[in-house]
Ligand binder design. Sequence first.
Ligand SMILES: Cc1cc2nc3c(=O)[nH]c(=O)nc-3n(C[C@H](O)[C@H](O)[C@H](O)COP(=O)(O)O)c2cc1C
Length: 180
Amino acid sequence: MSRILLLYASTEGQTKLIAERMAHTLREKAHSVEMLPADTAPEGLDFRAYDGVIVGASIHYGHHPAYLRALVRRHRDALEQRMCAFFSVSLSAGGPRPKPAAAQRYMDKFLRRTGWRPQLTASIAGAVRYSLYGPIKRRVMIVFVGLGGGETDTSRDYEYTDWAAVGRFASEYAGRLYKA
Ligand SMILES: Cc1cc2nc3c(=O)[nH]c(=O)nc-3n(C[C@H](O)[C@H](O)[C@H](O)COP(=O)(O)O)c2cc1C
């Protein structure tokens, strides 16, 4: 059994849901998993307490959150000394008109700016949750999603996450843990 930290940065909750699904898969394989929202990570967070770390974050306006970038940069060495993985959540990764090259660019930019080299990465499709947006964000998203050929009926939410792929990512991570 390994101790795993699942550190996530989520604005509207989809990355958190994805992290929870990964935690579920890892716990089924008898690992102990701790989940931690990155914006509440304590100053003295000690990655040495874990055998492995998975970091996940969503994209807003073309970026992963700056606070997560700073956190990863600060703890890069400790992260690289254990089995670590990164997943990036966006609409470019999946949805009505996916743009995998753009999703890959977001991820590459984050890794370049942090200098972090995780052993495993994934780009995962997120969701459009009109029900959670305030009036300004809803307007922005109607334009953004509409330009991409997506759904602009705001009376419901749209989830594009491929849950089977999320499970496969967690299983692959667990498989590599045993080899690490
Ligand atoms: C205000 C806003 C801006 C966004 N900007 C982008 C973007 O630039 N590129 C992209 O691929 N997805 C973008 N998205 C889609 C989010 O990545 C997607 O909704 C994701 O599921 C959010 O995850 P979270 O709920 O964990 O924050 C944006 C979403 C919102 C609400």
